[in-house]
Design a protein around this ligand. Structure first.
Ligand code: 2AM
Ligand code: CA
Ligand code: CA
Ligand code: CA
Length: 267
């Protein structure tokens, strides 16, 4: 495609991500209006909308042929991933943004014909940018991330998993998840899917399970994890639906089969 030089588009995306981060940091201590969406714990603020609109306006004026898939309504209504599509989560971890004023990220991915080419995950308050360009490796700022370890036992793994997996009304057999969480070395939950993917890519976490992620939650993370030899799947073991909501496993290939086959029983 003529107007898609990956390196130029990456540099542009990086500049917008840093500018958006600056906008957020500049008003981090201002009072926020917080609304709820699908349930009382599903939060959105005017900052989520402002940042998404910022990206949408910049992308539309710079790359009018590109399309946008984004969380807060400033994107396009997409039925497929033809052409070049920016998949954007303006603030991933809104609850952390509201309550902690840290541990949230901007997630931007650029897909061409359904293939993830560029991923950026920006930890705004830490000022750390993770990025990947397909086939070129993944980076934390300027440092190249190493391939994930080939020598890993499930019993020595750390998993990111939210307590919802263990609830009786969850969409999985919660008894098996309880067995899994007592087998592994430890569990954690960060509350930002994008940063959870980035931790997997960094190799400081071995696997991440999430019950219900949308394309903007995982689009950039999948590219990062791929670049270090990890894998991301629908929790059934099937490929991801890039346009819909998925229960997700991402992590080290060494523990993938055991987790998916022995411990995840979708109801
Ligand atoms: P968000 O902050 O952009 O909404 C929280 O565990 C993680 O799950 C966040 O990355 C959050 O993204 C994501 N998430 C996806 N769907 C959600 C929902 N319906 N309610 C709250 N968080 C959701
Ligand atoms: Ca949200
Ligand atoms: Ca999100
Ligand atoms: Ca969000």
């Amino acid at each position: 495609m003529k107007n898609f030089d990956r390196y130029t588009v990456f540099e542009q995306a990086k500049q917008w991500v840093y500018e958006a981060g600056e906008i957020i940091r500049a008003s981090i201590d201002k009072k926020l209006t917080v609304d709820t969406k699908s349930n009382p714990n599903d939060l959105v603020t005017e900052m989520d909308k402002k940042i998404e609109k910022y990206f949408a306006d910049e992308i539309r004026s710079t790359y009018p042929t590109h399309r946008i898939l984004a969380e807060e309504g400033y994107g396009d209504e997409l039925k497929g991933l033809e052409g070049i599509v920016w998949i954007i989560d303006p603030i991933d971890g809104t609850m952390n943004f509201v309550h902690q004023k840290r541990n949230f990220a901007i997630s931007v991915a650029i897909y061409q014909e359904g293939i993830g080419e560029i991923g950026l995950i920006y930890d705004v308050m830490a000022n750390v940018l993770y990025h990947a360009i397909r086939g070129e490796g993944a980076f934390k700022d300027a440092v190249r991330l190493q391939p994930l370890t080939q020598d890993l036992k499930l019993s020595e793994s750390i998993l990111l998993i939210n307590s919802i997996w263990c609830a009786e009304n969850s969409k999985v057999n919660e008894k098996k998840i309880q067995e899994l969480t007592s087998l592994v070395r430890g569990t954690r939950a960060y509350g930002s899917a994008a940063l959870e993917f980035a931790s997997v890519a960094e190799g400081i976490i071995d696997g991440y399970l999430s019950m219900q992620l949308q394309p903007w939650d995982f689009a950039a993370g999948v590219i990062l994890v791929n670049e270090v030899g990890g894998v991301t799947l629908h929790a059934s073991g099937r490929p991801l639906n890039l346009l819909g909501s998925n229960p997700i496993f991402t992590g080290n290939q060494q523990i993938k089969d055991e987790i998916i086959e022995k411990y995840i029983e979708l109801k």
